[in-house]
Write a protein that binds this ligand. Structure first.
Ligand code: ADP
Ligand code: MG
Length: 258
């Protein structure tokens, strides 16, 4: 009996995040929209997963539910074995703050603060002591140690997104979620940010989930999962950096959009 329990625990620990039959309905009554319709999925530790699908297929909703930004309507989300809904709203907020990192397409930096102050902000808002060494390390991790005192207006778009990434990483999150993080960037800058995400996975085993509609971006992943109408519509396991990944992903996307 003990052995069985241990096995279950170990299996859960191998998954950074586990979604079990997750349903999410936005709104109610006549205006109710089922954004996720029974999605079961795991994000293994140290892996990079891309989530793709047509516009409106539920990608952002999936990310928000997996990250505890939104409550699920039914089903469960487990973060390292902990049910995000177990302790209610307040506990979900604390779990999210302490164990999850999130970056959005819009960098959401505070214009009047320096890069370092932006990275510190979550700790300040949480009323915690600011760990300056961690702030410096996070800025170093994204290659911006020399820009710590610059304000967002003095940085390029790619640099601003890297500050947002440093802000997401400063707490050492178990999972980093990124929703179209390169959507506002030009091609060259996009590639830099994607290479950085890949490096964080390879060098730090940073579990990462990346939503994108760009096959070239998704091609950096270990696994691509496809959504359509709120349901899983396929999965592709990739050899990172292999030629032909983007083409294979694009072909699948074309199939979904048909
Ligand atoms: P994607 O990111 O793939 O474009 P979303 O997860 O944003 O898709 O949306 C999935 C579906 O849920 C869409 O039909 C969208 O209109 C709907 N939706 C998303 N957020 C809300 C919301 N806050 N209120 C009502 N409907 C929503
Ligand atoms: Mg979206």
């Amino acid at each position: 009996m003990t052995t069985v329990t241990t096995k279950v625990t170990n299996r859960q620990a191998a998954d950074a995040v586990r979604l079990e039959a997750v349903r999410k309905v936005h709104g109610r009554g006549e205006r109710a929209v089922t954004a996720l319709d029974g999605v079961s999925l795991t994000f293994p530790r140290g892996s990079l997963t891309a989530v793709m699908g047509p516009s409106g297929s539920g990608k952002s909703t999936l990310l928000h539910c997996a990250a505890g930004l939104e409550a699920v309507s039914s089903g469960r989300v487990l973060l390292g074995g902990t049910d995000l809904a177990a302790g209610g709203e307040r506990e979900r907020t604390v779990l999210r703050r302490d164990r999850i990192g999130f970056v959005f397409q819009a960098y959401n930096l505070v214009e009047s603060l320096t890069a370092a102050q932006n990275v510190e902000l979550p700790s300040r808002l949480a009323g915690r002591r600011v760990d300056r060494a961690a702030v410096t390390a996070a800025l170093e991790a994204v290659g911006l140690a020399d820009r710590a005192r610059h304000r967002p207006g003095e940085l390029s778009g790619g640099q601003q997104q890297r500050v947002a990434l440093a802000r997401a990483l400063v707490t050492g999150p178990e999972v980093l979620f990124a929703d179209e993080p390169t959507g506002a960037l030009d091609t060259g800058t996009s590639r830099e940010v994607l290479a950085l995400l890949r490096r964080l996975v390879d060098e730090r085993e940073q579990t990462t989930v990346l939503v994108t509609h760009d096959p070239v971006a998704a091609a950096i992943a270990d696994t691509v999962v496809f959504l359509k109408d709120g349901r899983l519509a396929g999965r592709l396991d990739l050899s990172p950096a292999a030629a032909g990944n983007a083409a294979a992903i694009a072909a699948r996307m074309t199939g979904l959009e048909a």
